[in-house]
Design a protein. Structure first.
Ligand code: ADP
Ligand code: MG
Length: 704
């Protein structure tokens, strides 16, 4: 069955009433090149034409309003930046101000005093009266029966398009014209009949009709669900297929032996009992390592869940089987710390561990490189330095990448080439994301999750304090230090405003040294502008408890482990994102003492920043925080999403549509299990559709 959507690929200028000039605008402004593109330009909102507010009904709680009223007066007032257009809209219950700060001339021309309009916007309450800023305005057409009592689609448009009569209403008319000339044959079904029937999904064509011209709310919801499902289901099919191909293609080293190192360490040297979750992920990883296929696995677990010991045990398996293993971490400090702690914990085992960072130079570096090449080094810990060409392994069998959000897919791929056959790869991250989402975003990775913290951890007590309470915070720090604890004070350092942030950090350091003077106290400072030597020296002083306070930038964000530190103070906390705050907080609460995290902010906070502080003080659960973070920032900001091969999602949203995503995932799995190559007649609908879109993608990629 061939899929030839000829009509939908017609250039947009061929649609009745469009013509070459408006076609040019549609292409430039909205990327609408074809009939099909117009069909996929979905409304972003619907206006229920039956539900209107009276101006007199508006209260401070009213979220959005649709009002019919008459424009009474309009004036452009103010100078330069404060120049604005103000119009007054009146109905039989009152008057409200409409305000524009941009495109004044154009708006002024397009609304006429004395005429009736439908106005949509969010009421602002200011100095005792309400206004609508940048409202959507459409002419009220009394005698337009086709819009009576229905949901009117609202399409995004631009000023240039509006000037060519292609405002939302104009686009709506074009879409109606389009539906006059296409039929079900032009938009064939792309889901197997069995799935649509079981999940009660409307047919594809019918769903598109409803999305553009909804009959009522219920049919619209059904239609939107159908299209969301189709988007998610088809992406899942592609991701899963690609994974199957990858697994089939890449043979992996076999690690059957667990002797002598793994067993000896596991039985005699483990400093604590592993949690059930740690044991579970070790089993999952081990299954990969004896499968004959190359492992590409993501190990996610909250800060402090004990990923390091898991990775050590896995690395011992590699060494037991005659392979070398490498652990790559994002910062010098972390590399050194892992090097020291892993060397210490494995000191009685007969293995050689080395360190390679930019800081390892000269003859020291040469000898590390020689020993790597000869195979004398079993386990190497390092930074990006490990990727360099001069780094040649004798027989690299396993790579562990810690805190993966700092590394890109490409860097991972470079490590693959370090042996004739790609080594196994385990990436570890402390920024957990919901499981279905992880499977989608890290499409090429299998996922293991440590969902439990070691026993006896007390949740970090987190509070939010304003800058004005600083003296009290200093008092609390003194108490803690006198009780033998140590304190971190972290400052933001963000590149664009680096100079100012740097000054802020140094000022903070100075005021802390004044409040905590020698000889009673000692304060360390660590930041990115310091030479590595000086930084290590300061870090070491803190680790050895020679200093009680560590003032730093976020260089200490990942992985640093000083169990005596029990207070984390985060300055300008409003400038950090949720997952970063959670990472920073994770630096404390590793010992037996009650730990505290104090989020310091200015008095003026945006609503979003306030929400972040609220979430942080409410929960210690990294998974919940990650989910909230996704809601606030949207999944578009998640690293890896661009690389995931997700078909563009027009309606579906990875965060809010997780239920649909889960169903889509399991349906896709079921189908591919029975018919991996989609060769059955039932699945022909899917395969021909996928072929058609990948053809389109190739076309695009050859253009750009
Ligand atoms: P992360 O997952 O954030 O990398 P780490 O591996 O650094 O966490 O572990 C955090 C701390 O917990 C370390 O001090 C480690 O020794 C300790 N730890 C790990 N697993 C256990 C366990 N099962 N029981 C007790 N302590 C543990
Ligand atoms: Mg770690």
């Amino acid at each position: 069955m061939a899929y030839t959507p000829t009509l939908l690929s017609s250039p947009i200028e061929y649609l009745k009433t469009v013509g070459p000039q408006r076609a040019d605008l549609l292409k430039k402004e909205l990327n609408i090149f074809t009939f099909g593109d117009l069909l996929h330009h979905f409304p972003f909102r619907y206006v229920d034409r039956t539900s209107f507010y009276k101006i007199g009904q508006i209260t401070q709680q009213t979220p959005h309003v649709q009002i019919v009223g008459q424009v009474m007066e309009k004036n452009i007032i103010g100078e330069r930046q404060s120049k604005r257009l103000i119009a007054y809209l009146k109905d039989d219950t009152g008057e409200i101000e409409l305000v524009w700060f941009r495109a004044l001339r154009w708006v002024e021309k397009s609304i006429e005093t004395g005429k009736k309009y439908i106005v949509f916007g969010k009421p602002n309450f200011y100095r005792g009266s309400y206004s609508l800023v940048h409202p959507e305005v459409t002419a009220f057409e009394q005698d337009r029966p086709d819009t009576e009592g229905r949901l009117q689609p609202i399409y995004s448009s631009t000023e240039k398009l509006k000037a060519a009569s292609l405002d939302s209403r104009g686009i709506e008319k074009l879409t109606n014209t389009l539906f006059d000339s296409i039929s079900e044959n032009d938009l064939p079904e792309n889901l197997p009949q069995s799935i649509s029937a079981r999940l009660h999904l409307p047919r594809r064509f019918a769903a598109f009709v409803q999305i553009h011209m909804p009959q009522d709310l219920a049919s619209l919801e059904k239609a939107r669900k159908r299209v969301k499902f189709e988007e998610l289901f088809l992406s899942q099919i592609r991701i899963l297929q690609r994974k199957t191909v990858r697994k089939k293609d890449s043979a992996g080293f076999l690690f059957p032996r667990l002797d002598p190192l793994f067993n000896e360490f596991y039985r005699e040297k483990l400093p604590f009992q592993l949690t059930a979750a740690q044991k579970k992920v070790i089993r999952e990883i081990r299954t990969d390592l004896i499968s004959g296929k190359q492992m590409n696995r993501l190990l996610q677990g909250d800060v402090g869940s004990g990923k390091t010991i898991v990775s050590l045990l896995i690395m011992l398996m590699a060494i037991d089987n005659g392979f070398q293993t490498a652990m790559m971490v994002p910062t010098e400090i972390l590399a050194q710390q892992h090097y020291r702690s892993l060397s210490e914990i494995t000191c009685s085992l007969n293995i050689k561990i080395s360190l390679l960072t930019a800081h390892v130079k000269g003859s020291e570096r040469n000898s590390v490189l020689t020993e790597l090449k000869s195979g004398a080094v079993h386990l190497i810990i390092g930074t990006h330095s490990l990727i360099q060409e001069q780094v040649i392994f004798n027989n690299l069998g396993l790579i562990v990448i810690d805190e993966q959000h700092r590394f890109g897919v490409e860097q991972r791929a470079q490590l693959w080439t370090k042996n004739t056959q790609p080594p196994h790869v385990l990436v570890m991250t402390a920024t957990p994301i919901p499981r279905t989402l992880a499977m989608t975003i890290y499409g090429d990775l299998d996922v293991s999750t440590i969902d439990e913290l070691p026993p006896g951890r007390k949740p970090v007590n987190t509070v939010h304090r304003y800058d004005s309470a600083r003296l009290r915070v200093f008092g609390f720090m003194k108490e803690q230090i006198n009780a033998g604890r140590q304190v971190y004070v972290v400052y933001p350092l963000i590149e664009e405003s680096e100079k100012q942030d740097y000054k802020f950090l140094i000022d903070g350091y100075e005021s802390i040294t004044r409040a905590f003077p020698l000889p009673e106290f000692a304060v360390s400072i660590v930041h990115g502008k310091m030479k590595t030597d000086a930084r290590d020296y300061e870090m070491q002083r803190f680790i050895k408890k020679e200093t009680q306070i560590m003032v730093s930038t976020t260089v200490i964000e990942v992985g640093v482990d000083v169990s005596n530190a029990s207070v984390m103070i985060i300055e300008s906390a409003e400038r950090f994102g949720l997952s970063q705050l959670h990472q920073l907080r994770g630096r404390v609460g590793r010992g037996a003492d009650q730990a505290y995290c104090i989020l310091m902010t200015g008095n003026k906070l945006s609503a979003e920043a306030r929400l972040r502080m609220k979430i942080m003080t409410a929960t210690n659960d990294g998974f919940r925080i990650a989910e909230e973070d996704l809601k606030v920032r949207g999944p578009g900001n998640l690293e890896g999403i661009q690389q995931s091969g997700m078909a563009p999602l027009l309606l579906a949203d990875l965060v809010h549509d997780q239920k649909i995503l889960q169903v889509a995932r399991s349906e896709a799995e079921k189908i591919l299990k029975k018919d991996p190559l989609l060769q059955s007649t039932e699945n022909a609908t899917i395969s021909s559709y996928l072929k058609s879109i990948s053809k389109k993608e190739r076309r695009w990629s050859s253009i750009s």
